[in-house]
Design a protein around this ligand. Structure first.
Ligand SMILES: C[C@H](O)[C@H](O)[C@H]1CNC2=NC(N)=NC(=O)C2=N1
Length: 93
């Protein structure tokens, strides 16, 4: 079973722009237009399926919010932090 990390570890290891929200970490990315956000969300989904670790993805008019938690463990684990780093490295242009 994955280990739920303590708040300080989560805060230290979360990529810039990601914040702890309850039992999850979350980031919102801004885009110039809706379809750019949809394309980014699609990239997130691809990384998620590759990792077999799945975030909640909210697609807005010109923003995408990604929320990660490990359901099986009931909190934020290494899997969330690892995937957040990969998501943050996606090209957003
Ligand atoms: C059986 C279990 O649901 C799977 O191993 C994966 C699927 N994707 C997942 N995604 C997330 N966010 N948390 C999980 O615990 C998780 N478990």
């Amino acid at each position: 079973m994955a280990v739920v990390l303590d708040p300080d570890t989560i805060d230290d290891r979360s990529p810039d722009g990601w914040t702890r929200e309850g039992d999850a970490i979350e980031a919102t990315y801004e885009f110039d237009d809706y379809l750019a956000g949809v394309g980014f969300a699609s990239g997130v989904a691809g990384l998620a399926q590759e990792a077999y670790h799945h975030p909640t993805i909210e697609i807005g008019f010109r923003s995408v919010t990604v929320r990660l938690t490990t359901h099986d463990a009931g909190g934020v684990t290494d899997a969330d932090l690892d995937l957040a780093a990969r998501i943050d490295s996606l090209d957003r242009d």
